[in-house]
Design a protein around this ligand. Structure first.
Ligand SMILES: [Zn+2]
Length: 446
């Protein structure tokens, strides 16, 4: 009597264990199954012609660039199985140097998942007060921190909920001001990040700026002289999805812009603004990573950013959209090859940023480059935030491509040991850039 039940319960336990293992295996398999057969490569263009060829190949072969090609550095690109042969053949034809990053993208992502479990499993101490900069934080942790800061600095910080995302998550930003946004002559600086979900290094940079304007003020003049709007996660649905389901998710998660959107959800938020919407460098195919949506501002998340611009553009002197990766500061115009009449000042201020970043950077980080989007990355894109802002009259409008991994690493992640470094050097760059714009304004007045 005793033996059989024990044995059967033992078998039951083994069976349950086996089922659990299978479920876990299926889960891991399912997580990155989209990337079965994909490979990733570093490409090293050395001329503008090389970069142009890569951009054209990108559109033709559905390549997914994790960093934009540039003649002074390597770019990382994901290549789907059906186009790998042609990809290599074309690179050889154009004599573009390349080397493999991951033979098996799915395996590399599975490996990253293991690391990320340790990197993202963080409990905030003090109810959100202490923000760790040695791991990537999910949406709840970032929102808890924003709430906590706004509670502890009620005189200067206001948290705004500007609506809800497609899946119903709050869209939140902080307004920081020593004069409650009441001084009409005070200029506003607006910085956002997380429009592209997978670019995880960008949101901590924006929360670090919040930290430097509240708990650790080392530049009081910059806090006093400007009002600030800081939105760390423009696209909360995509951001959460990149944590829970698909690490390399880039777009929003909407399913209502096209009949195909149920199969291929999401819109590239940085192609969804109503300036040169639908121009080159965008796609009308919902399955593309650069799908622009069925109309400008189709995305509720992007309408929330639009409303910030519409309310404050008269007072905004600077807008920065934080992205990764590539160590670049890009400025308008990006929708075509024309030059902004403000490009001289845009260049001077971004050069000041780069100089300050370089002084604070690490030897293994690539040097920043700056320039007009089209002339720097030879790529035009309609419907982007920086062009939209500049067209509204915001003079200093930038896209930052923050530093990322460089050649030779196995996975796709910037090691969290570098998060704080990227935050501190970028803040110093922004301070130097703002200081430069003040000097340029004084020069213009005199
Ligand atoms: Zn981006």
């Amino acid at each position: 009597m005793g033996f059989y039940p024990t044995c059967s319960s033992h078998f039951k336990r083994v069976k349950i264990k086996l089922i659990l293992i299978l479920i876990m295996a299926a889960y891991i398999f399912a997580r990155n199954e989209h990337y079965i057969g994909w490979k990733s490569y570093f490409v090293r263009p050395i001329s503008k012609d090389h970069v142009r060829a890569l951009v054209i190949l990108g559109e033709k072969l559905d390549l997914d660039f994790l960093s934009p090609p540039h003649p002074e550095r390597e770019a990382l690109v994901l290549v789907p199985p059906k186009h790998q042969l042609e990809f290599i053949t074309r690179l050889k034809y154009f004599t573009i140097k390349y080397w493999t990053h991951a033979e098996n993208v799915k395996a590399a992502l599975d490996h990253d998942d293991e690391l990320l479990r340790n990197w993202t499993n963080v409990i905030l101490r003090g109810g959100g007060t202490v923000m760790p900069y040695n791991s990537y934080l999910n949406l709840d942790a970032i929102y808890a921190y924003m709430h906590d800061v706004s509670m502890r600095h009620q005189k200067t910080v206001t948290m705004v909920t500007a609506g809800h995302s497609f899946e119903g998550r709050p869209l939140r930003y902080l307004k920081i001001s020593t004069t409650n946004f009441q001084r009409r002559l005070k200029k506003i600086i607006f910085i956002d990040s997380g429009i592209h979900a997978r670019e995880w290094i960008a949101p901590p940079v924006v929360t670090w700026i919040i930290h430097k304007l509240t708990d650790d003020v080392t530049e009081p003049k910059i806090l006093d002289d400007f009002d600030w709007i800081l939105m760390p996660i423009v696209n909360p649905d995509g951001y959460e999805f990149s944590f829970s389901k698909k690490r390399l998710w880039r777009k929003t998660r909407s399913t209502d812009t096209n009949p195909k959107s149920y199969r291929c959800p999401g819109v590239d938020g940085n192609r969804n603004f109503d300036f040169a919407w639908g121009a080159t460098g965008t796609s009308s195919n919902p399955c593309s990573e650069i799908y622009r949506g069925n109309k400008a501002f189709s995305e509720v998340e992007i309408r929330a950013v639009r409303d910030i611009f519409q309310t404050y553009f008269n007072r905004m002197s600077m807008y920065i959209s934080m992205h990764s990766f590539g160590s670049m500061i890009l400025y308008p115009w990006g929708h075509n090859s024309s030059v902004s009449k403000y490009s001289f000042n845009l260049h001077l201020a971004s050069s000041a940023m780069i100089k300050a970043i370089k002084n604070a950077s690490l030897p293994n980080f690539p040097a920043y480059v700056n320039g007009n989007s089209v002339q720097t990355i030879f790529y035009t894109a309609g419907g982007a935030a920086d062009d939209y802002a500049h067209n509204l009259g915001i003079p200093y409008s930038y896209t930052f491509e923050l530093p990322g991994l460089s050649g030779g690493m196995e996975g796709f992640e910037l090691d969290p040991m570098y998060i704080e470094q990227v935050c501190t050097e970028t803040w110093l760059g922004i301070v130097a850039g703002i200081t430069k714009t003040i000097k340029l304004a004084e020069k213009d007045r005199s």
